[in-house]
Design a protein around this ligand. Structure first.
Ligand code: NBY
Length: 840
């Protein structure tokens, strides 16, 4: 080897490495270097996108060094590792977050300013990776941030969708979808590792044989095989050297071109395998909270789960040369049932590939997995037709039948003759042709722990959705109330407020959110209140400028910013919010001098493309906006803005500017909600039902600082049991009648009385989510909100107390609990060492 790499360190001159250095000089050199050699540009040719790429690459360089040392440390210490399996990771833009977590946001901003460049503008050039639908995918992202910050060895495993969640456009008030080509300008953040590509089988049949030791074995002869190529993105912790990874799998063909088929003149047949393979990681399914029993979806699930488990096993064997202790060194979390096929796949890998016996394999499997449930809606529970399942995964179906056989024998011993219970617990539902595999049952049987995502949700799982499993194994059930990362949702998203907070109480809150309690002492300080208000005002002005630019609506920044942003879904009741807007509109129309609080209603959210009613609600919001915003008799007191293509980046700006947070789902339907936490953290007050985590938010901030409305869960159940009739509420409420009649007569649809008929009919004759039952309570509470907003000082006080009392809802708290009570993992501190020739 050449000797000249060994430069003796004189101990006098220390020059920072361009790829790790943190001084202003090093950062500047790094960015210029990446601009030159990464983008092939200099300042004469460089576009803002080139600068963005150069900044991103400079940050990635800094993280890669730390990643290598993190990986080394985890191996040296024989650390137990958390594997977070999720079909969705809604990460938001990486670059701003990495600057924040490396602690050099301000420094880089200064360096760029010296060259006449504005960091915040450049960061907006990053195409947000939208690899998720909503709360579930975003929760996975917050948890990765906390895992790294808490120095827990962890890997996120998922799918590298070529197209993420669709881009939403509003055309003539309707939602239209465009494909999200997020990779078309390249992705500075990922590194591909083709050497770790992994083979996955699909279809075909199984054969039994007896091996040389006389053991009964099964061989799976597949119809197709596909390769999974891993792409890694570094996940930095805040203020620590730990950098974990998010490993996403891309599907590629294992035989590009079938020469035999080609030679036989079958050109399309020759590329069939390529098309099958590449389809698998092509596109994210855009449904949240409803399942589509599509074959491609099951292919996606099995594809990424099989790649991930093979990857876990490969690394484990390399390190320990045995799988006997797999469960002692790995904790595998199932983010909903989407990856729950992993339970059968791990059994298959241990038994068929690694020749373990059933009992040992089952012991290891049950002790590796834990399952998080995210929904109470029956239509969201995944059940695959046995037919389809057996065609795609014949070996897994056999294994599931075997798991079920053994499981039900135990159940029978415990509940002899209780056939109904046995039928409910079975992994297989129904008889004959339309038998289904119940993925939630598989997840429950194969996991050591089962958790809900808010206290109420966990209780309802135990009493309702998973009751039989709770009675069978109550010790498996545990609550883990969701949390959000304060790094993205306060420090990055609301710099003005973060600076004020840090000025007052220091920066410990960034990694210990309970510290925010120290703000309580300033809640009655007039000067502090004034500054608090000015910050909200400045954030509102930024959002108003955005609304003006995008929607061409001028909003009054002194009006109450009343915000509902989340996926469009009937149970989330955006329609109830609209009924309130029209109620206020009618009041002004009836009495133009009525003293109505000026409000700006802001909506954002995507509807699943096949969800007609949700799309009609978007059309209604935009139709009401068109009438209300242009009516001079309102004198600008009401404005409505639907912000198209709501995503993580947009939401950061919205939470910072919001004053009223709408969390009005029908009680017992929203598992937790996490937007509710982000709003309150940024000082918005909540109007909400006793649903999901709202219950706990209200407990923390105090009932006097929360606007409660609507039925409770027991009341909802009771009303349903005695036969809910929306007409009873409708007939006795003249203000409600006026609202419905105004929509019905075509007032918001150019006289078309049919357009919104489906919405009105569903309210008048069915009203599954009980909007009419909660209407009056909601309106009354909104009236109280208006009065409270006019007591400016007291509103500000409530706002400060909301932020001050959000400590519980940090994802650091949530993840610490998972670590202690589910995963049994400990922090592993990582030391940072400069490069040295010994690295080679
Ligand atoms: O998970 C959400 C819950 O609705 C929300 O209450 C909770 O706070 C959040 C985090 O725990 N669920 C959710 O976002 N679900 C999905 O996005 C989703 C996506 C796909 C499918 C089902 C649900 N699917 O079956 O394809």
């Amino acid at each position: 080897a050449p000797q000249d790499t060994q430069v003796p360190d004189s101990g006098l001159v220390r020059v920072e490495d361009d790829r790790t250095g943190m001084s202003e000089q090093s950062l500047k050199r790094a960015i210029v270097d990446n601009l030159h050699y990464g983008q092939g540009k200099d300042n004469y040719f460089a576009t803002p996108y080139d600068y963005y790429m150069a900044i991103a690459r400079s940050m990635r360089d800094r993280l890669i060094k730390r990643r290598i040392q993190t990986a080394r440390t985890h191996i040296q210490e024989d650390s137990k590792v958390v594997y977070y399996l999720s079909a969705e990771f809604l990460m938001g833009r990486y670059t701003g977050n990495s600057l924040i977590n490396l602690g050099i946001y301000e420094r880089v901003r200064k360096v760029l300013r010296e060259s006449g460049l504005e960091l915040d503008d450049l960061l907006e050039k990053e195409h947000e990776p939208g690899l998720g639908n909503g709360g579930l995918g975003r929760l996975a992202a917050c948890y990765l941030d906390s895992l790294a910050t808490l120095e827990i060895p962890a890997v996120g495993y998922g799918i590298r969708y070529e197209f993420g969640i669709f881009e939403q456009e509003i055309r003539n008030g309707w939602q239209a979808e465009r494909p999200d080509k997020w990779l078309s300008f390249g992705n500075a953040w990922e590194v591909s590792l083709p050497e770790y590509r992994t083979e996955v089988k699909f279809g075909g049949h199984t054969e039994s044989y007896t091996d040389t030791k006389g053991r009964y074995q099964t061989n799976w002869i597949p119809e197709h095989t596909v390769f999974g190529i891993p792409y890694d993105t570094p996940i930095p912790g805040y203020g620590v050297n730990t950098v974990n990874i998010l490993r996403l799998w891309k599907a590629e063909s294992s035989n590009e071109f079938d020469l035999d088929a080609f030679n036989a003149g079958d050109y399309l047949g020759a590329v069939a395998n390529k098309m099958f393979s590449e389809n698998i990681s092509k596109v994210l399914y855009p449904n949240d909270d409803t399942v589509q029993g599509k074959e491609l979806r099951l292919e996606q699930q099995y594809f990424f789960v099989s790649c991930s488990l093979q990857d876990i096993i490969r690394r484990h064997i390399y390190h320990y040369n045995s799988l006997d202790n797999l469960h002692e060194k790995s904790a595998i979390q199932l983010n909903d049932t989407h990856p729950s096929i992993g339970i059968a796949e791990l059994m298959r890998l241990l038994i068929d590939v690694h020749q373990m016996d059933w009992e040992q394999a089952w012991h290891i499997t049950q002790n590796c997995f834990a399952y998080t449930n995210h929904t109470l809606l029956p239509e969201a529970l995944e059940r695959w037709s046995v037919n389809l399942f057996g065609r795609l995964l014949p070996r897994h179906l056999e294994i599931i039948y075997e798991i079920n056989f053994r499981f039900l024998s135990e159940v029978r011993k415990r509940y002899p003759g209780d056939n109904e219970r046995i039928a409910r617990l079975s992994l297989i539902e129904g008889e004959g042709a339309d038998k289904k595999v119940r993925m939630a049952n598989l997840a429950c049987v194969g996991s050591r722990k089962i958790n809900g995502v808010a206290a109420l949700h966990t209780k309802l799982l135990q009493q309702d959705v998973l009751r039989d499993f709770y009675e069978l194994a109550p010790e498996k059930f545990i609550n883990k109330t969701n949390g959000v990362t304060p790094r993205r949702w306060l420090l990055l998203g609301n710099p003005r407020l973060s600076n004020l907070i840090t000025e007052k109480i220091g920066e410990a809150w960034i990694t210990n959110l309970d510290e925010l309690r120290k703000l309580e002492q300033f809640a009655d300080d007039p000067q502090f209140r004034q500054t608090w208000r000015e910050i909200k005002q400045a954030n509102k002005q930024d959002l108003a400028a955005y609304i003006e630019r995008k929607n061409h609506i001028q909003v009054d920044t002194n009006s109450l910013f009343d915000v509902q942003v989340k996926r469009l879904h009937e149970y989330k009741r955006q329609l109830l919010n609209v009924l309130h807007i029209i109620t206020l509109y009618n009041r002004i129309k009836r009495n133009p001098n009525e003293d109505i609080l000026p409000r700006t209603f802001i909506f954002g959210g995507k509807a699943a493309p096949g969800y007609f009613i949700a799309k009609l609600i978007i059309k209604l919001i935009n139709s009401v906006a068109a009438v209300v915003n242009d009516d001079p008799s309102l004198e600008g007191r009401l404005k409505v803005a639907f912000l198209s293509n709501y995503n993580v980046s947009m939401s950061q700006q919205i939470y910072a500017a919001a004053e009223l947070s709408e969390q009005i789902s029908t009680a017992g339907k929203e598992a937790s909600g996490t937007g509710n936490m982000k709003f309150a953290l940024n000082g918005a007050l909540t109007i909400g039902t006793l649903d999901g985590a709202n219950v706990e938010i209200r407990e923390e901030v105090g009932a006097e600082n929360f606007f409660l409305c609507g039925l409770t869960t027991p009341e909802v159940y009771e009303l349903k049991a005695k036969g809910y009739n929306p007409q009873e509420y409708y007939q006795s409420n003249s203000e409600l009648q006026e609202v419905i009649r105004l929509i019905a007569c075509g007032h918001f649809s150019d006289g078309d009385s049919q357009l919104f008929r489906p919405l009105l009919d569903s309210l008048l004759y069915n009203d599954k989510y009980m909007l009419f039952a909660d209407y009056q309570s909601y309106i009354d509470t909104q009236d109280r909100v208006s009065q409270a907003y006019r007591q400016e000082d007291n509103w500000t006080r409530m706002s400060i107390l909301n932020t001050a009392r959000m400590g519980k809802f940090s994802s650091d708290r949530a993840i610490s609990e998972y670590c202690k009570e589910i995963w049994h993992v400990e922090p592993v501190p990582v030391e940072f060492k400069e490069y040295s020739p010994e690295d080679m």
